[in-house]
Design a protein around this ligand. Structure first.
Ligand SMILES: [Zn+2]
Length: 54
């Protein structure tokens, strides 16, 4: 038997979890948000704000 755990909140999942590999739609959204924010930050850091501060 192997136990799966939600990568967001580390809660143990049942094999039939609807939102596998997440425990809930909330954690699924949090994960998606992490990815989105991460890539957004990378873009923001790359941009040199050529228009300066307004
Ligand atoms: Zn979770």
């Amino acid at each position: 038997m192997k136990a799966a755990h939600c990568p967001i909140c580390k809660k143990e999942l049942s094999e039939r979890a609807k939102n596998f590999p997440f425990c809930s739609p909330r954690c699924k959204l949090i994960d998606a948000g992490n990815w989105f924010e991460g890539s957004y930050r990378v873009e923001a850091n790359r941009a040199d704000t050529p228009w300066g501060e307004n």
